[in-house]
Design a protein around this ligand. Sequence first.
Ligand code: AMP
Ligand code: MG
Length: 418
Amino acid sequence: MAQLSDDCFAFGGPMLSVDEAVAMITSRVTAIAETETVPLRDADGRVLAADLLAPLPLPPFTNSAVDGYAVRGADLPTDAERPLLVAERVQAGASARLPIEPGQAVRIFTGAPMPDGADTVFMQEDVRLDEAGHVVVPPGLRPGANVRPAGEDIASGQAALRKGCRLRPQDVALAAAFGVQQILVRRRICVGVASTGDEVVTPGQSRGHAQLFDSNRFMLMAMLARLGCDVRDLGILRDERAEVAEGLRQAAGQCDLIVTSGGVSAGEADHVKEGIESAGSLVLWRMAIKPGRPVAMGIVAGTPLIGLPGNPVASFVTFVHVVRPTVLALAGASQTKRVALPVRAAFTYRKKAGRREYVRAHLQRAEDGVIEAIKFPREGAGLLSSLVETDGLVELAESVTEVAFGQTVDFIAYESFM
Ligand code: AMP
Ligand code: MG
């Protein structure tokens, strides 16, 4: 299990900015060291444990990019068409028997190796055959045209995939193109997820009048699964200090990271803080983010713990900004650069300087063709429909105090958080 010293997160200062909080946490968690070998079929989404060096060039041999006729560059006509003798025929998977002689062409198909001596291919659409069976080629083709040289994609020995990348389907394809069957990845990190609160019940249980079904745990487990974690369902912890402490203590021995939701405010029934304090050590850390704060960070028996707020939208937003980078750091994955899309705000907004805010919005193409962000009409941090009916978050930096209608703002799609 990942181990952290108890003073890792010791911090007593003022409210942290999102960037400070994330830098603090990601610079202090150590990636798990264990690796395993998985067959290529199971490699999607896994974290590559070592650079993958190209064992062969891609393409492995120089070949034709089109169906047509391979010729010698020296035979290319410059001002009038020229008949060439068709010496042989090479399909993909076969090789020419003889080198090409001056005045000859070789009928060739896409992916077939270039005959020795040939360096240029005419597309079949650009030539004609004469009565004698010669291929008549036009002037003006550039030497080297329609040929894919060996190694033009990737040179042998090149670091084709970097350690720490989370493998995507195209990365898996590249490994397969090298003939790789097994790939060395980090083991999945195990993340335990608990909800807190006397008012929260699991779907399937009977719900009292004053209770609601637990949505956060299922949202958080789904997000963690998308990040490639092994997820452990820790259920619901009652609003009781000893139960929270015991639940966290047990989970710490089984997980690399614990994520909880609810119970982190300063209210009387917010027992996560005290629970962490009795099971380990706590740094209650208020982050300058809306919707969001408070977020609690703690260490229980060497295992990091992040306590997210209970309101589902606050839970979601703080997950993507705090838990996600922590998961990537623990898993040994590179932090992916998030590229925001500049869109036109179809809303006005006012905010306080000094904190980062996220506005739920959906995108729509306006009549003039520009993509606009339409703000969800209500603001509550408890409105799940606000996440369901929108496409992503407009990010408003700490320094921003106002968004004017029509202004360009940064939009981040939900997909890019997964
Ligand atoms: P708390 O942070 O515990 O004060 O909770 C804030 C709000 O979020 C309250 O209205 C809770 O009922 C609600 N809440 C807490 N946990 C969950 C959960 N797991 N699923 C849905 N709502 C929750
Ligand atoms: Mg609560």
